[in-house]
Write a protein of this length. Structure first.
Length: 279
């Protein structure tokens, strides 16, 4: 039985609550979340301490990140809603040489993203991060070259969930985004991303399922709605990564995604003005 360790800011979150059973399922019982360490209680509910989470979920709470890394075969760094915590939470795991999965949102800005990957590279530690939408079944057979225009719809909080749509857009449009313009309202955030060669993507956040419209340089277009169980696919690929150490999402793509997100947050302060993406 391979042991997985959780490292988190606070352990009472959807991902920490959901991953353990899914990992058992998709590893055919060969892996289990055995250890954990959380640096804080849930800020929205101080009674939800890391110790209480460990007891509730039957996971051994250890005394430090170092101990989790030492005892685990693989490490998952969570903190899905607080990317500003990832630089500190990742440092010890990424110096271990053991496979590390880092939850979305990977980093608050592109500079921090590059710093995190630099630690992993310096210590030969295989790692990656991704939105679950990267693994949607609907994407597998779609053409991802010669995309001229794309429109993406999805729900969730702007700073927390826009990462999902940005991941989709970068998968189709590539890693040459230049600038972002905020075009939405407070209730319905949206922004336009300009890519090299006068190519554009619109990211619109409204309640409902994830939907994409993709237009190609030859005038053809496709549209799709994501119906596949993307969280299951994420965990399936996480298990595969732990087994093989093959990185499914290039680090350069993750940096690109974070750079676009960072610029989109800045662009919200000056709607309808192009804001350069800093990489």
């Amino acid at each position: 039985m391979k042991k997985i360790g959780f490292v988190d800011y606070y352990l009472w979150n959807f991902h920490a609550n959901t991953y353990p059973e899914m990992i058992k399922k998709y590893s055919d019982g060969e892996m289990e979340v055995a250890y954990c360490y959380g640096t804080a209680a849930n800020p929205l509910n101080p009674e939800q301490t890391s110790e209480a989470w460990a007891e509730t979920n039957g996971v051994e709470m250890l005394s430090s990140i170092e101990e989790v890394v030492e005892k685990s075969d693989y490490i998952i760094v969570l903190s899905p809603n607080n990317p500003e915590q990832h630089r500190a939470l990742c440092e010890i795991p990424l110096k271990s040489g053991k496979p590390v999965y880092i939850d979305k949102t990977f980093a608050p800005d592109a500079e921090t993203a590059k710093e995190i990957f630099a630690i992993a590279d310096a210590h030969g530690t295989p790692c990656y991060s991704s939105s679950a939408l990267f693994f949607a079944d609907e994407l597998k057979d779609l053409q991802k070259e010669n995309v001229e225009y794309m429109t993406s719809f999805g729900s969730g909080g702007y700073e927390t969930h826009s990462i999902h749509q940005i991941e989709q857009v970068v998968t189709f449009m590539g890693r040459d985004a230049e600038s972002v313009m905020y075009t939405g309202t407070e209730k319905f955030p949206s922004f336009k991303v300009r890519f090299a060669g006068d190519r554009y993507a619109d990211i619109i956040m409204m309640p409902g399922r994830f939907r994409m419209h993709v237009g190609y340089g030859d005038g053809k277009a496709v549209d799709y709605t994501v119906d596949s169980p993307i969280f299951d696919r994420l965990v399936e690929n996480m298990v595969k990564f732990f087994r093989t150490t093959e990185i499914p999402v290039p680090h350069a793509q993750t940096v690109e995604v974070i750079a676009i997100r960072e610029a989109s947050i800045r662009a919200k302060e000056t709607p309808f003005v192009w804001v350069d993406i800093q990489k």
